[in-house]
Design a protein around this ligand. Structure first.
Ligand SMILES: C[C@@]1(CC(=O)O)C2=NC(=C\c3[nH]c(c(CCC(=O)O)c3CC(=O)O)Cc3[nH]c(c(CC(=O)O)c3CCC(=O)O)/C=C3\N/C(=C\2)[C@@H](CCC(=O)O)[C@]3(C)CC(=O)O)/[C@H]1CCC(=O)O
Ligand SMILES: NC(=O)c1ccc[n+]([C@@H]2O[C@H](COP(=O)([O-])OP(=O)(O)OC[C@H]3O[C@@H](n4cnc5c(N)ncnc54)[C@H](O)[C@@H]3O)[C@@H](O)[C@H]2O)c1
Length: 187
């Protein structure tokens, strides 16, 4: 079965990235759009990772991984270039309360990071369920060109108007019709 798309509130979640190479850096860049409460552990960091750590004042430990490093964290991104070590960590977290993503163990992943488009309050998340990452990269760029700025302005307008009208059947009908009209005219 496919993974369920959910929008996770990262407030108060403790995130640990294990690894300081290309993959760890790519995943860190995604997460930094949503939280700065991230810790990184690796025996080395790429130049780009070092800059991200400095710019965002991230907690970091340049060291060899030790088993108890994961204690106290909620979300783990495991991107060491050592598959045996990834398997060891997968065993260690079995049955425990962690949400994990492993760079080389898709069958052990509790989640994938999809590609996303973020234009103010509009977030479009896309996934190929792990099967074709190069497609989502290009599809994201294609969608970016297709969505006009008027949609972003329309979202702002609706958000503001929703606050000023009382909740209920009438309001629902009003917004459904108004939004349908807007999209009918967009085509
Ligand atoms: C969204 C994004 C976020 C991120 O950075 O993580 C992401 N991949 C991105 C780009 C990308 N990745 C790769 C290429 C080169 C082309 C190619 O190889 O196809 C390109 C495209 C490019 O560079 O153009 C290589 C690659 N990726 C994975 C494998 C392993 C495998 O397939 O087994 C290999 C081959 C490794 C090898 O052969 O060595 C696996 C995963 N990549 C995922 C996410 C997850 C599934 C998402 C889904 O499709 O639902 C998953 C499962 C990881 C996970 O989250 O667990 C980011 C988009 C950034 C953006 O534009 O926003
Ligand atoms: N899922 C994906 O999207 C995807 C794509 C390409 C590669 N990969 C896999 O992801 C893994 C990481 O790839 P990469 O390109 O980032 O590798 P990399 O060599 O650039 O980085 C690996 C990092 O792990 C650190 N490390 C390794 N063992 C450690 C230990 N015991 N203690 C502390 N630090 C340790 C290294 O110092 C380095 O910073 C590889 O196994 C690769 O096969 C996954």
């Amino acid at each position: 079965m496919a993974n369920c798309p959910m929008f996770l509130n990262l407030k108060g979640r403790k995130i640990l990235i294990l690894g300081g190479g290309e993959i760890a850096t790519r995943k860190l860049k995604v997460l930094l759009d949503f939280t700065k409460d991230i810790t990184v552990i690796s025996r080395s960091f790429s130049d780009e990772m070092q800059k991200l750590i400095k710019d965002n004042k991230l907690k970091n430990f340049k060291k060899e991984y030790k088993q108890n490093d994961i204690v106290g964290f909620n979300i783990l991104i495991v991107a060491f270039n050592d598959i045996e070590l990834q398997k060891q960590i997968a065993k260690q977290v079995e049955g425990k309360n962690y949400l994990c993503n492993f760079a080389d163990l898709p069958e052990n992943c509790d989640f994938n990071l999809g590609a996303y488009l973020k234009k103010e309050d509009l977030i479009i998340s896309i996934s190929t369920n792990g099967g074709a990452p190069s497609v989502i990269t290009q599809l994201k760029l294609w969608l970016d060109k297709k969505i006009p700025n008027s949609v972003i302005d329309f979202i702002k307008e609706i958000k503001k108007e929703r606050l000023s009208l009382p909740k209920g059947e009438e309001r629902m009908k009003y917004f459904r019709n108004k939004t349908k009209d807007f999209f009918d005219k967009l085509d």
